[in-house]
Design a protein around this ligand. Structure first.
Ligand SMILES: [Zn+2]
Ligand SMILES: [Zn+2]
Length: 107
């Protein structure tokens, strides 16, 4: 009788997927500009608000209300993740991590 041996490829994929969520997901109480700066500088902006929405989804799991966030960002010129950084928070997403201004909210 053949024993079920864990497929090493499948196992590796699971580990990578888990890592990606850990790396690309918002950390704890990390605020939106800090999170966006981290992921946009690493993974880039896709011309959408996908990272902003991901952050918003994370806030929902923490029971933090972010209703109207997207509209508020658009009103201030943030139509994609990098624009949110530049136009709304006045942050350059290309600044290397060590040269970034510390976040006023300390996350
Ligand atoms: Zn912050
Ligand atoms: Zn963009």
């Amino acid at each position: 009788m053949a024993r079920t041996v864990p497929d090493p490829v499948e196992q590796a994929e699971r580990v990578v997927r888990k890592r990606l969520v850990e790396v690309a997901g918002p950390r704890g109480a990390e605020c939106l500009p800090c999170y966006l700066q981290r992921v946009v500088s690493t993974y880039g902006c896709h011309g959408t608000l996908q990272w902003t929405h991901r952050w918003q989804g994370h806030q929902r799991t923490r029971r933090v209300r972010t209703g109207g966030l997207t509209q508020g960002l658009r009103d201030r010129g943030g139509f994609c993740d990098c624009e949110v950084l530049m136009n709304v928070y006045d942050v350059d997403p290309c600044v290397p991590e060590e040269e970034r201004r510390p976040c006023a909210r300390v996350c």
